[in-house]
Design a protein around this ligand. Structure first.
Ligand code: COI
Length: 354
């Protein structure tokens, strides 16, 4: 990562918690590495970023984030290669996206040099938390919250930008079952669906809870106006393989412009897999499932990486998906991980040394 003039103020931890962590048995997002970064926006300016031991912080109960959900976040990962070098995957994409999300939520944009200088320092301090080996990574969660006190319904004039990290393994440790949304919606035209706004996720918990009660794991959201087109899943973008064609919905103002999604589209092109980025109709997928043409559905996201969908429910009917030889999902997961762990050449320059 580029060196910059801005240097965060650092208070290092006295005693690391790392020896108390069972890295072979991690629950996603539950354990945090030793340090965190925060940077306050006060009087129209981002102050000097601070890196401090991870821990609770004081925030007023009237802070606007609690009342109006003015909050956005990102998900990134750091990987360690066989030579102990730590790598980030397309971090500039996450930086750009958090500012795009912020803009939509009337949050001031965060300076690029503050972001990368803080991230570099954080990863230097907590490099032992990035474990080597297939499936291991350090999940990085940048986020911004509105911290001005006062419950008037208007944008905050104070914010806190933070970065916390957690050692991670698989988000899903088995294939998942999904349901196509027919009643609830995730995002509306002109809304905040494309932003990584905290509320986009919170609003899914109730319908997802209903799906879980039926033995399903996730919802594949459809367009809010007709419920006829498949858009994205709760924690990731979604791909369909019909015959040998790979289909995924184009991004729009309801769909997150996923970094894993766009990397898979590029890898498909690199490997002469026909990829169709067009509206994917529920009818087409249900018919393809009935005729046996639907070979795979898989989700793709930073946390999830690539996860196989083993079946879906629609109109109260559950459709099992076949187990195919040489699944695209497995191929893309391996191709991505080979690049992320620096095991192969990185033809698009996606990886960045931490
Ligand atoms: C990610 O993939 O990084 C996300 O932010 C999804 C989140 C719901 C875990």
């Amino acid at each position: 990562m580029n060196n910059t003039d801005i240097q965060p103020d650092i208070t290092e931890i006295k005693n690391s918690r790392i020896d108390q962590v069972d890295f072979s048995n991690l629950q996603f997002g539950k354990v945090n590495a030793d340090h965190m970064m925060y940077c306050d926006y006060i009087d129209g300016e981002w102050q000097t970023p601070k890196i401090v031991p991870y821990g609770p912080m004081e925030i007023e109960p009237s802070a606007k984030v609690f009342h109006y959900g003015q909050a956005v976040f990102e998900g990134m990962k750091a990987f360690k290669d066989e030579n102990d070098q730590v790598w980030l995957f397309r971090p500039e994409q996450n930086f750009e996206r958090i500012n795009k999300s912020s803009k939509r939520l009337a949050i001031p944009e965060f300076p690029e040099d503050y972001f990368f200088a803080s991230l570099k320092k954080l990863l230097e301090l907590d490099k032992d938390w990035v474990k080597k080996g297939e499936g291991n990574s350090l999940y990085i969660r940048p986020f911004v919250i509105a911290t001005e006190n006062g419950v008037s319904a208007s944008e905050s004039d104070r914010y806190r930008f933070m970065i916390i990290t957690c050692p991670a393994q698989a988000y899903y440790n088995k294939p998942i079952k999904v349901i196509f949304a027919q009643e609830y919606s995730r995002a509306a035209d002109g809304g905040v669906g494309y932003a990584k706004a905290a509320g986009n996720y919170g609003a899914q918990f109730y319908p997802t809870k209903l799906a879980k009660a039926k033995g399903l794991d996730q919802i594949i959201w459809t367009d809010a106006s007709s419920h006829e087109y498949l858009e994205e899943a709760g924690t990731m973008n979604i791909f369909f393989r019909v015959g040998d064609k790979l289909l995924t919905a184009p991004t729009n103002d309801r769909i997150l412009d996923g970094v894993t999604r766009k990397s898979i589209i590029q890898l498909a092109k690199d490997n002469d897999i026909e990829v169709v980025v067009e509206k994917v109709s529920v009818k087409e997928i249900v018919n393809a499932a009935k005729s046996g043409e639907l070979k795979e559905i898989f989700g793709a996201g930073t946390a999830a990486t690539v996860v196989r969908v083993e079946g879906f429910e629609y109109d109260d009917v559950y459709h099992d998906l076949p187990i195919v030889d040489e699944p695209y999902g497995t191929f893309f997961k391996k191709s991505l991980q080979d690049i992320q762990y620096n095991r192969v050449e990185d033809p698009h320059g996606w990886t960045v040394k931490a």
